[in-house]
Design a protein around this ligand. Structure first.
Ligand code: ATP
Length: 256
């Protein structure tokens, strides 16, 4: 019987990930709180994205990958028990670095997710599309052009649309892999503001290169180095009074 703490969206225990012979996550244990934004920071190649991809089992789509240890989500170790991967990836949505809307209308990008969730009635679909676009603060900007191609939106709008598409399938977790790295500062701030709204309903894990972003937008921050977790702390504490000297050097910009 697994000890599940309801406070946490994920409990990770002794997690190891290998790509072939290259071990990229090393004996990593940490908990990620529900309805909080957890930021994962660390230098390029330290394993941030790999860690994120273990959380929705995406890592197992990559050939020659091996995972050991536990990721407990809800009441299951998703690496120890049979899990319905389709359902898992519905409940744990993912937003990528480069916004990649479908080559469809704005409406269809969101309705697509809703249909997967089994919604087919036009009035219900309309209602859900509107609700999701409002959740990402995009509705007012697009309500008069819902039938126009999503590709005509700005990068920041496209990224908010991709988040709305995730929300349409009713996840409870959002994983974000450097969601603002392709965006300008204003669009970036909009997404960061959005996170503060979304965390009321969802648990969010964000990988970021941008330490200011972690400091501004997250509640907890995990600092990784060479596949290991160096330090996990409430964000204010990690940046102002890190316990570990290596964390301090990193957040002071001395390396990375
Ligand atoms: N599909 C893959 N196949 C083989 N090796 C991989 C694969 N993806 C990542 N790696 C390797 O695993 C290590 C960790 O990569 P990962 O992308 O998780 O790091 P990261 O901290 O997110 O890096 P970045 O900040 O540059 O995106 C790197 O050495 C990388 O080259």
């Amino acid at each position: 019987m697994i000890a599940v703490d309801q406070e946490y969206a994920f409990q990770i225990k002794n997690l190891n990930v290998w790509y072939g012979d290259n071990q990229t996550v090393k004996n990593l244990s940490m908990n990620m709180r529900k309805n909080r934004v957890t930021a994962i920071i660390g230098p390029s190649g330290c394993g941030k994205s790999t860690l994120l991809k273990t959380l929705n089992h995406m890592v197992s789509l990559i050939p020659h990958t091996k995972v050991s240890g536990e990721v407990i989500y809800e009441d299951k170790n998703i690496y120890g028990e049979t899990v319905d991967l389709e359902e898992l990836r519905t409940k744990i949505g993912m937003v990528f670095q480069k916004p990649a809307p479908f080559l469809k209308s704005i409406y269809e990008n969101v309705a697509f997710g809703a249909r997967i969730h089994g919604e087919n009635k036009k009035s219900d679909l309309d209602e859900r599309v509107e609700r999701c676009l409002k959740q990402v603060a995009l509705w007012d900007e697009v309500k008069d052009r819902l039938d126009k191609s999503a590709i005509g939106l700005s990068g920041g709008q496209q990224q908010r649309l991709c988040i709305a598409r995730c929300l349409a399938v009713e996840p409870n977790i959002l994983l974000m892999d450097e969601p603002t790295s392709a965006l300008d500062p204003i669009a970036t701030l909009k997404i960061e503001e959005l996170l503060q709204e979304l965390k009321k309903k969802y648990s969010i894990v964000i990988v970021t290169h941008n330490m200011q972003q972690a400091a501004r937008a997250s509640d907890d921050t995990a600092f990784m180095l060479n596949g290991e977790l160096v330090e996990l702390a409430p964000t204010g504490a990690l940046f102002s009074a890190p316990k570990n000297q290596t964390t301090e050097d990193y957040v002071m910009g001395k390396f990375g």
